[in-house]
Design a protein around this ligand. Structure first.
Ligand SMILES: *[C@@H]1O[C@H](CO)[C@@H](O)[C@H](O)[C@H]1NC(C)=O
Ligand SMILES: *[C@@H]1O[C@H](CO)[C@@H](O)[C@H](O)[C@H]1NC(C)=O
Ligand SMILES: *[C@@H]1O[C@H](CO)[C@@H](O)[C@H](O)[C@H]1NC(C)=O
Ligand SMILES: *[C@@H]1O[C@H](CO)[C@@H](O)[C@H](O)[C@H]1NC(C)=O
Ligand SMILES: *[C@@H]1O[C@H](CO)[C@@H](O)[C@H](O)[C@H]1NC(C)=O
Length: 778
């Protein structure tokens, strides 16, 4: 998302942020409550009894009848007010202005005009940036966070500070390590992204009264689709045409969106800025009406929204249509319902007058928008008398919610290297801990982007200093680290029993509209780390705070650097969680949700090449653990524990038959695969039984990954994740884990034409170092 104007998009953002800063300052200095303290809602029959006669205000009627009643009362000009994020009011019908744009990527956010903080609610719980939460591989955590966020959102709505419609989560595949927004996503794997998206959405949307038609708040899966480049070497998202094969589309870019709509029942999907194969996503009837509504059955109580301001972008920047009226008509006729921006407000009436579209198309769009608001209770009168009406400021930043932020960071943090005798540090042995680095005492850096004002911060230094005596030096003035205080840092490390180096990136290195070209640690960081390691006497723990992976090969191979931790952007309680892990009060269990490539990878691979699969003829190496076979710094799924876990196979099939009709062509000629959509290819399941044991001396959680390597047909992935399960095991105990595998769903691959196929022949399942082969035949 960017600002709302096509011209000078960037300057406008800065003006907005500037104004915001001033407001914050004003609020905190004066403690004056300027905000209204009541929620915005329609059908206030208490203040205005005449509204009770309107069918759309009648809660005994169904949503669709109420929507029909409302739409028929509106003039064309009034209808158009409801096509944009800053929706207009119709006072004769008791409908107030409503701002659709709020954000809640990892906590209620002030990005988006629908939500703000004040002295009434000065902050909200700020969870780790999504990439770190994803590293927990804990699906119940994804949902638990969503639930807390929606509770805080409702509480803020009740005092007039927040909206009900949140444009989160971001479930684009983290295709390339340079992407500045990779931090916002659940990583590079379609299955993990699907589980994250549907879990977080359920947490946001699901009501506690079991009313499945109602919404606690409305979520939105974005940015549809194949969007994962912001600004790289002069190519920006407003002009980029993502050239995507049918195969990559259907097995990499689309699955998270499909899962979000089908499994997560998300209330909304947002189309992106970029073009896909020459067509802007927000103008593509096939991608919107065809796939989202047609194939995935996004029903009429859910809406499709543009990124801000995608229609303007495809008219003014991509010159996709000759006139603005055509752009407006194309978007609405493609299946769009709501425009973040003002474009549809300005050009829709003229588009109708010019005969480019009928009013009925507008009716359809606003009906979807109204239906969403009805599901949220917006047309049911005072929300303080409804299910979530008792929530208020006391429910935001509660001790319990803040503890979950700390727990989420602990669960996500990944231990990448640990030489015997390094971590965990002993509280009794360490009398003096040196804490060094430009990220060692940061606050805002820890919450990444799409952030809100947090309840409070615990910096890494504060977290560590709460356990032992520390000395502290930033080492560089910021993460860009153009000069480093090498000698002072060496002296400090030499005098300490152990050294923790907190390095990495922040939004000045990787951000929205800012992709990297370099994935090494910025500036002089590497030099500083190496010099400190060389001078230190005790263990040296390198903590990388970043969204994207870093080429830290130098540290991996340096024996003096005894441990490496990746902490993402760990949220408001990040420093406490880092200390929990370093001192062993929590046993690390996070696993990397994305490949960490060497710098040579980005030197050789253009970010603009969307292909997932390698191309031997050009030397193109492919992308992600599913296709890339070259060197990595760290791999998808990497992550150590203070314990060890063993996997034992108890039961798995050696042979699976997919029966076919007698007349099937595969009986007369040899087939390499059969269609997963075959009538007979349904519900062919087997259970895989495993015994997982914690063979170490410390209790801890462990993620069991089930990968599959299919026979090599259809350019299929070398391996792909079929399932994962995170379990907790006390030291020296074991547990039986069962994976239920649906052969046609879970083990199938997408062929060159985009159809799912079950390959015939030998499949290999991997669990840790365990391998099990079995044959699929007809
Ligand atoms: C609301 O709808 C119900 C069901 O159709 C109807 O019985 C009732 O009279 C309506 N209420 C008002 C105030 O019109
Ligand atoms: C408008 O509606 C008429 C009558 O249903 C139909 O024939 C025409 O194709 C529609 N125009 C557009 C642009 O959809
Ligand atoms: C660490 O950061 C906190 C919060 O910004 C600040 O209050 C504190 O003074 C800093 N500590 C040091 C030693 O600089
Ligand atoms: C490490 O320290 C030793 C002596 O303490 C010095 O000779 C060597 O050059 C140093 N190496 C680096 C990479 O700083
Ligand atoms: C998953 O997260 C939930 C919520 O924080 C937690 O209660 C549970 O213990 C976690 N599971 C494992 C196996 O760590």
């Amino acid at each position: 998302m960017a600002s709302i104007s096509s011209q000078n998009r960037v300057p406008k953002v800065s003006v907005f942020l500037f104004v915001f800063t001033i407001c914050c300052l004003f609020f905190s200095l004066s403690h004056v409550v300027l905000a209204q303290s009541s929620p915005v809602f329609a059908c206030d029959v208490v203040s205005n009894p005449s509204l009770a006669s309107f069918g759309f205000c009648n809660t005994s009627l169904g949503v669709s009848d109420r929507v029909v009643d409302l739409v028929k009362r509106l003039t064309l000009q009034e209808k158009i007010l409801f096509l944009v994020n800053s929706a207009g009011s119709v006072s004769r019908l008791g409908i107030p202005r409503y701002e659709w744009w709020s954000e809640a990527l990892h906590g209620v956010s002030y990005v988006g005009p629908g939500t703000r903080f004040s002295s009434v609610v000065p902050g909200a719980t700020s969870f780790p940036q999504v990439i770190l939460t994803a590293a927990s591989f804990n699906t119940s955590l994804f949902e638990a966070i969503g639930k807390v966020v929606s509770t805080e959102a409702r509480a803020m709505y009740n005092v007039g500070l927040a909206g009900l419609t949140y444009w989160s989560p971001n479930i684009n595949i983290f295709r390339d390590p340079r992407w500045g927004r990779g931090q916002e996503t659940p990583g590079e794997d379609p299955l993990l992204s699907s589980k994250y998206g549907s879990g977080y959405v359920r947490g946001l949307q699901q009501r506690d009264d079991g009313n499945a038609d109602g919404l606690k708040v409305a979520a939105c899966c974005k940015h549809y689709t194949a969007y994962d480049l912001d600004n790289w070497k002069g190519v920006d998202r407003y002009h980029f045409n993502a050239v995507v094969t049918k195969q990559d589309m259907d097995d990499t870019f689309q699955p998270p969106f499909k899962s979000c709509v089908v499994d997560g029942n998300v209330a909304s999907v947002m189309c992106s800025y970029n073009k896909v194969n020459g067509i802007p996503t927000c103008a593509d009837p096939n991608l919107l009406s065809g796939v989202i509504r047609g194939e995935w059955k996004l029903n009429g109580c859910r809406y499709i929204v543009t990124d801000c301001d995608s229609i303007d972008v495809f008219y003014n920047s991509q010159h996709y249509t000759k006139t603005p009226e055509e752009a407006a008509a194309k978007a609405i006729l493609a299946g769009l319902d709501l425009n973040c921006g003002s474009f549809l407000g300005q050009h829709t009436e003229a588009a109708v007058k010019a005969g480019l579209m009928n009013e009925s198309a507008i009716d359809k769009a606003i009906s979807n928008n109204f239906a969403t608001l009805m599901r949220l209770g917006f047309f049911d009168g005072d929300p303080r008398k409804q299910l979530y009406g008792k929530l208020g400021p006391k429910d935001v930043c509660s001790a319990e919610n803040q503890e979950l932020a700390r727990e989420a960071a602990r669960q996500g943090i990944v231990l990448l290297k640990n030489t015997a005798g390094s971590l965990p540090l002993s509280l009794t042995a360490i009398k003096n801990l040196a804490v060094i680095g430009p990220n060692a005492n940061v606050t805002k850096t820890m919450i990444g982007n799409y952030e809100g004002t947090p309840c409070k911060y615990t910096t890494p230094l504060q977290g560590l200093a709460a356990r032992v005596a520390t000395t502290y030096l930033p080492g560089c003035s910021n993460v860009a680290c153009s000069t480093a205080q090498v000698a002072d840092a060496q002296k400090m490390a030499a005098a300490a029993d152990a050294t923790v180096l907190v390095m990495g990136a922040d939004q000045s290195i990787e951000a929205e509209s800012r992709d990297r070209v370099n994935i090494l640690l910025p500036g002089q960081q590497q030099l500083l780390i190496t010099a400190i390691a060389n001078a230190s006497t005790g263990p040296v723990i390198l903590v990388i705070m970043s969204g994207g992976g870093m080429d830290v090969s130098f540290a991996k191979t340096n024996d003096k650097i005894t441990s490496i931790l990746w902490v993402g952007y760990p949220g408001e309680a990040g420093g406490a969680a880092i200390a929990d892990i370093i001192f062993g009060s929590y046993n690390p269990s996070g696993r990397l949700p994305m490949t960490w490539y060497p710098q040579s990878y980005v030197d050789n691979v253009p970010m603009t090449n969307m292909n997932m699969r390698p191309d031997p003829s050009s030397g193109y190496p492919g992308r992600t653990y599913r296709f890339y076979t070259g060197l990595t710094v760290y791999s998808f799924g990497d992550g150590l524990s203070y314990s060890q876990f063993s996997h034992k196979l108890i039961q798995a099939p050696l042979l699976v038959s997919v029966p076919l009709e007698e007349s099937h062509v595969c009986y007369s000629s040899e087939c390499k695969s059969v269609a997963a959509a075959e009538q007979t290819c349904q519900n062919i399941n087997f259970d895989m039984h495993l015994r997982i044991k914690n063979t170490g001396t410390m209790s801890g959680s462990h993620t069991v990954f089930l990968f599959s390597t299919p026979p090599s047909v259809h350019n299929s992935p070398q391996k792909h994740l079929v399932g994962f399960e995170k379990i907790f095991l006390h030291a020296q105990t074991d547990r039986h884990v069962i994976f239920k595998v649906d052969v046609c769903k879970d083990l199938s691959v997408v062929d060159e034409l985009g159809s799912r196929k079950v390959a015939l022949g030998e499949h290999v399942l991997h669990i840790g170092s365990l391998k099990h082969s079995f044959t699929v035949r007809i």
